[in-house]
Write a protein that binds this ligand. Structure first.
Ligand code: TXA
Ligand code: MG
Length: 351
């Protein structure tokens, strides 16, 4: 049985947190809260502990992990040849939801990087994550705390739903503020390449270091001509049990009509239908399991709710989900990246 330790992020009980730090030091897997999503943490310098993460999550061994640090200076022990642009980003955006891919130093075990010469490093902003990493006094490897392929977890309950009995402990600090995983930027190449959009937007990055490239597989389908640079992006992701279909349109009314028509057709086939609406359109659907992702004009609210919404539809036993596409700029890019992957690229244009 997995132990749950509740920590109030506004008033951290160091004594309680120490138990989690001890478990990390002893090579155990502990789920930790971060500002993006919950992570499955273990001592990054202990290959056996890291192996336990892969086992608990059912993660393919060719998909490398992010190493989390609590203090900026630690990056120098874990990496080599840090480029000027990376230093600028670390200065302005760390701590926060930005992961930098850098050349790895020799102390990083091969199991972390899946044999690559680079390592992904992140300094989370969440006070509980940082205090815990500090107390453990080791860098902490942590993928998102979900079973491989499922939506990432943004509450301790979601972690238990996927991981109860498979890991030592969950540190429960409430729900995650951002709700989508960190932005991953490869700074070992010039110009740097965005491998995964997330809480930090391309605009925020370009303001600091100038133009970056965007990996084409972020929204496009992966094919032989279009292969992702980040090993993780080739796997099925963020999938609820139901099939997801995205409906795109410039015109809000057409989007609602098309989703309604598709939903009615699915119901006639005997399917239970869910609809991912927005605050602006929720009232326009009648007679389906309709949930709002958030405010269309405040995409952060959608980011924060998306993964928990997909899990809610599972709890309702929905067979098929029709989801409204949102604008793809800034945080919207990260939202649509997760949605198209959840949908397995099943996207319909409503004319
Ligand atoms: O917000 C987050 O980043 C969360 C929290 C827990 O920090 N972690 C997370 O980890 O999302 P994970 O393992 O679910 O996603 C890490 C992504 C994967 O797509 C992986 O392929 C990529 O980062 N990645 C890791 N190391 C890499 C490397 N050396 N080069 C390229 N991509 C890398
Ligand atoms: Mg993940």
């Amino acid at each position: 049985k997995t132990k749950v330790i509740k920590i109030n992020p506004l008033n951290i009980d160091m004594q309680e947190l120490k138990e989690a730090a001890e478990a990390l030091r002893a090579g155990r897997v502990v789920a930790i809260p971060t500002e993006t999503v919950y992570g499955l943490g273990a001592n990054a310098l202990d290959p056996g502990a890291v192996e336990s993460i892969f086992r608990a999550k059912g993660r393919p061994s060719d998909n490398p992990l992010i190493v989390h640090i609590a203090d900026k200076e630690k990056v120098y022990e874990l990496t080599e040849n840090i480029p000027e642009k990376a230093l600028l980003l670390m200065d302005k955006l760390w701590p926060g939801p930005l992961t930098l891919v850098l050349k790895k130093s020799s102390i990083i075990p091969g199991i972390i990087t899946a044999g690559l010469e680079t390592v992904a490093i992140r300094m989370p902003e969440h006070p509980v994550a940082r205090e815990l990493i500090r107390l453990a006094a080791v860098p902490v490897a942590a993928p998102s705390a979900n079973v491989s392929g499922r939506p990432s977890t943004t509450t301790a309950q979601h972690v238990l739903d996927d991981m109860d009995g498979k890991i030592e402990m969950v540190v429960d600090a409430g729900s995650c503020r951002v709700g989508l995983e960190s932005t991953v930027l490869d700074v070992t190449v010039e110009p740097p390449v965005l491998l995964r959009p997330g809480g930090v937007t391309p605009g925020q990055i370009e303001k600091i270091i100038g133009p970056i490239d965007i990996d084409k597989t972020i929204l496009g389908k992966i094919s032989s001509e279009n292969t992702p640079k980040s090993p993780g992006m080739k796997y099925t992701h963020y999938s609820p049990k139901a099939h997801v279909v995205i409906v795109r349109s410039e015109d809000r009314q057409k989007q609602v009509y098309r989703i309604t028509a598709l939903a009615q057709a699915s119901e006639r086939e005997g399917k239970k239908v869910g609809i991912c609406a927005t605050d602006q359109t929720k009232a326009e659907y009648h007679g389906f399991e309709t949930l709002s992702m958030g405010d269309r004009y405040k995409p952060e609210t959608i980011a924060a709710r998306l993964f928990s919404l997909l899990r809610e539809f599972d709890d309702k036993g929905v067979d098929i989900i029709f989801a409204e596409a949102v604008d793809e700029h800034e945080v919207g890019l990260a939202i649509m990246n997760r949605m198209v992957k959840a949908a397995g690229y099943d996207i319909i244009q409503a004319e």
